[in-house]
Design a protein around this ligand. Sequence first.
Ligand code: DQA
Length: 137
Amino acid sequence: MKIAIINGPNLNLLGKREPEVYGNITFESFFETLKSQYPTLELSYFQSNIEGELIDKIQEVGFTFDGIILNAAAYTHTSVGIGDAVKAITTPVIEVHISNTFARETFRHQSFISPNAKGIIIGFGLKSYELALQSFL
Ligand code: DQA
């Protein structure tokens, strides 16, 4: 089973970015742990701070992979383009967020991803990604 994890802007700073909100583990080390826990899955990881690169990646994997776990980060709340890309593809997308966006500023309550996501997992820290993975299994 081929699953792509796609992370949006500033998530390359996990581990040092607002650790009280996002924790102190880098995504790279979390990803290594995840791969060792699910050795039979073909897991890939892509991160970009650039909206178009995220759209390119969604299009690239979105017709052949079995699942996409997408944390579009701040673009969740602003990007019609990423929302349209999620709608355009056939691979199911689980939207994830590390923090509980509904317990934060009101601008984080809006998502352009949610209407076309298969499901949404929000607020469980990095565990959100693992829960999304399990939902594909
Ligand atoms: C986030 C929540 C977003 O509001 C924020 O812009 C992020 C991270 C999360 O995973 O909690 O960068 O997507």
